[in-house]
Design a protein around this ligand. Structure first.
Ligand SMILES: NC(=O)c1ccc[n+]([C@@H]2O[C@H](COP(=O)([O-])OP(=O)(O)OC[C@H]3O[C@@H](n4cnc5c(N)ncnc54)[C@H](OP(=O)(O)O)[C@@H]3O)[C@@H](O)[C@H]2O)c1
Length: 335
């Protein structure tokens, strides 16, 4: 069959179209687009050595539209304002043709440079993991006008271990637990997400380790950190449950998570994430920590609604599909 690949403005991406076997997958089409794209000269800058001020500029030919950078959709009928159908790389091209047609036109969009999800998560979590101990171990407050070094309260030490354990756990989960459905994410997300996590990491660390920090009572610290730790372990358990919904190569789509807190709430991993930050804040009591808690809760609540809607749509109880059970979305007994 012949596939014509056009941009949204109608320009042909591969002149003359692409001839593929009827059994070809969308991923085969993406490989073909990549191999047949016009080679462009890309600028690469290299410095001769660390001390040198001499910079070399290389131009070398590259093919930039590797498959994960491509988004292929079906053309929208004239006047239609809805979202186009996105072609799944794992599906056969024939599934997107009408009847037994031998021709298909697809619309190509460049998603821009991509990074692996694991790379994105690694960099966003590494920032707080490094930044927080800097405020604890080093005399940084003299740069903020505080000459006297304050005494270190036990809660500040425990909070530092708690905070670092949290981000270390998230890096480990990224590499050894999560089974992502999408391999890559736009490079621009690295900068956005790093700004979010690194800035909040520094903001919280600044106030919790401040020389004028006033600690809460011993009992409150123990309750807060103890509760938070239980929630961190529960969060890990939730991630193991989500992991087991997919095969090791990430296949399996979206399933109904069952067991543990998932029997009550759709996004139990977010619920436990929110509660573990609450535990941290009960123990440390800073405005910065609570601001982060509110922002993170807001973000996760939005995502949780979208995930809840998706599962209800996928499991609608029609045509033999199971019906999604009645559950809270993220924060029982409210939402
Ligand atoms: N503090 C904060 O601001 C903040 C914000 C967000 C997340 N977090 C933390 O980071 C963790 C990971 O975040 P996330 O947004 O990546 O979590 P997530 O999307 O809920 O799930 C984690 C993994 O499980 C998969 N998954 C989720 N639901 C599934 C289902 N029904 N069937 C099959 N697989 C499913 C996801 O696949 P996909 O690849 O398809 O999504 C992903 O690989 C969270 O649980 C939370 O602890 C913290």
């Amino acid at each position: 069959m012949k596939v014509t690949v056009v941009t949204r403005s109608g320009r042909e991406v591969v002149k003359g179209g692409i001839q593929l076997k009827d059994s070809a997958l969308v991923s085969d089409l993406q490989e073909e687009i990549h191999s047949r794209e016009v080679v462009v000269l890309t600028c690469n800058v290299a410095r001769l050595d660390f001390l040198s001020l001499i910079w070399l500029v290389f131009y070398f030919p590259v093919k930039k539209y590797y498959p994960s950078r491509q988004r292929l959709t079906l053309p929208l009928p004239p006047g239609y304002r809805g979202k186009p159908t996105v072609l799944s790389p794992k599906k056969g091209i024939k599934e997107y043709t009408e009847g037994n047609a031998d021709n298909l036109t697809v619309v190509f969009k460049d998603l821009g440079p991509q990074v692996y999800y694991s790379t994105l998560f690694f960099w966003e979590y590494l920032g707080p993991l490094i930044i927080y101990p800097i405020f604890y171990y080093y005399p940084v407050y003299k740069y903020f006008g505080y000459e006297e070094e304050g005494v270190i309260h036990p809660v500040q030490t425990y909070a530092m271990y708690y905070f670092c354990f949290h981000y270390f756990k998230r890096i480990m989960e990224t590499f050894f637990v999560h089974r992502f459905s999408h391999a890559t994410s736009p490079l621009s997300n690295v900068f956005r997400n790093c700004a979010y996590y690194w800035a909040f990491g520094a903001y919280i660390a600044y106030y919790v380790n401040h020389p004028l920090y006033a600690p809460v009572g011993d009992l409150q610290m123990k309750i807060g950190l103890g509760f938070g730790l239980i929630c961190q372990l529960s969060n890990f358990h939730c991630h193991l449950i989500l992991r087991n919904l997919r095969s090791p190569d990430g296949n399996g789509g979206y399933q109904i998570p069952r067991g543990f807190l998932f029997n009550i709430v759709t996004c139990a991993n977010y619920t436990t994430e929110i509660y573990q930050w609450l535990g941290f804040n009960i123990a440390t009591q800073t405005v910065a920590g609570y601001v982060f808690l509110v922002v993170a809760t807001f973000i996760m609540t939005n995502w949780a609604f979208a995930k809840h809607r998706r599962l209800k749509k996928l499991f609608d109880g029609k045509d033999g599909r199971p019906k999604y059970p009645r559950r809270w979305v993220i924060l029982p007994p409210f939402i």
